[in-house]
Design a protein around this ligand. Sequence first.
Ligand code: SF4
Length: 370
Amino acid sequence: MDEFRDAGLIRQAAAEIRKLARPDKHYRLMEVCGGHTHAIYRFALEDILPDNIDLIHGPGCPVCVLPMGRVDDGLSLAADPKVILTAFGDMMRVPGRNGSPLEHKARGADIRMVYSPLDALKLAQKYPDREVVFFAIGFETTAPSTALTLRQARALGVKNFSVFCNHVTIIPAIRAILDSPDMRIEGFIGPGHVSTVIGCRPYEFICRDYGKPLVTSGFEPLDVLQSIVMILRQLADGEARVENQYARVVPWEGNLAALKAMAEVFELRPYFEWRGLGFISQSALRLRDSYADWDAERRFAVPGIRVTDPKAAQCGEVLKGVLKPHECKLFGRECTPELPVGALMVSSEGACAAHYNYALRKTAAATVQA
Ligand code: SF4
């Protein structure tokens, strides 16, 4: 990966950006994916951009967009002593109304961290007298692994395994952002991981119907800067196209095997609530009837809890790019990575956690040096 962190090439890309960015214009570019937000802060890329380019951190962090009510719904399953609730590591610290999964675990609930849904399936095979529920979250990036695990569970006849499905899809969220009246975005740095599965074609409506360019991008510093160059070139030429900067990983047509597995197992929910964005129709996945036996929402009484975020928490505004993370009233005081109030402070891909971990440290280091 050395060439994607090469200082000379990075300086060249930064010079190209300065040349392309018209001084009389203000550019607001949204990086959709939380992985890009993390990379932008980690490599301090905003520092080498001209002042008139603003990077807006988008909704592509699955932990961040999950409403607190769904966290509580999942935790309610763990109240049954027969249940082993399993989840990815970044879910373990997401606050629910009465604490995170980690805190519920400390109080005695059987909640275990897994690295993949297949680990949860193995647990179900190991403990046939328990019910193992996998708390599934993520975009199209992780949905195929859940789908393949469900196929495996059915093939093996494992009946004490089920999935609490919270998978969401990126396209309706981008559409909701484009339709939002307080949103002014000139172009998109397209998600890299999701695009390895869905490809580039689903983004074409952004260019066709909204006249905005989108460049699917990798995660190294040069990837992100090259993507910005590609967006600025399109804007300078009055064009709006989908381009693939991350062609070394993203096939234009996506991963057909993964898409087929997802289509076999999942269908679209009529609507789903996104934290900060509200209800978005056809934006999330649920299990098809043919997988009802492995659907935790049909096998258990899931209460359907609705929770409003604390009033002072401004996660919604940060998610939509209306506010920068440090402009939230709770940032760095009541809300820190150690004691997060909002989900954007939990995952390393959340804009608030990334800002706290990198931008604040940098400021502190500069103060010490001075
Ligand atoms: S600082 Fe905390 S409460 Fe405020 S927007 Fe970020 S995550 Fe939400």
